[in-house]
Write a protein of this length. Sequence first.
Length: 288
Amino acid sequence: MKKLLLLLCCAIGAPLLSPAQTPLPYYTGFNNATERAGWAQFAKGNMTSETWNYGPWSSLSSSPYLLVSPNAEFNSSAMTDTIDQWMVSPPFYFTSGGHIDSMSIAVFGATGTAQPTDSIVVYLLKGSQNPSLATSRTRLANLTTMAKGFGLSMRDTGNFVIPPTSGSSYIAFRYYGIYDWFQVYIDSVYISANAPTGITELPADAGIFSLYPNPAAGAVSLQFAAGMSGSATVDIVNMLGQVALSQKIEDISRTATIDIAHLPAGIYHACITTAGRQVAFRRSLIVH
């Protein structure tokens, strides 16, 4: 029977996580419905028929499909219509920060450089996938200067730092252009989260909380020391920063049951946030 090793840690300030968070590390090549899942487009500025799309561009890359920006060459007969289009990722969890480790991109400008009206910028959105509803926008990278003229090819870039951010966060590509032959191609995006830090091994007899049975199967009980009160949040995250589940405990003076039956075998951090203890702990639990 498979065994699951959980590393249980308590940390102050960890947010309540949604089970809908996208696992990290994350990769997409935009080649099929699975890789494109969760991405959404938002049109801002003047309306235009031009949108982000997925296309095969064999002259640029061997990948079956690339993420292709709107094309400011063909936006409208008005020739002054502004294209302001966002392509936004599914939600991620960056409480400890992270990175866009790498991505491939080709930025086309007919003159070999971007015009003042052109830009392709990578943002971190907080709170909403819709840029207009996001509680904050943090610019991670301005890729506009990578523009080249005819004969361009895909180039690798990355190592863009994602700051620690609470709640749901989204990676967004913002394309802005006016009629002047400007287009962007994106592929092979890798995103990762930083591992939790400040965790101290908690001896079994520390007396702050207990987990039982140990070993366990299907569920584990969590009990705090006598006299502790208030609420707590249990967030279970694996060693790659992927959020597996989150559970709110309304009253820590009572024993809580955590269902772990659906978790794959592996190593996890279960971060337990309480209101009154500024400590960080880790304890092992074997589940079979």
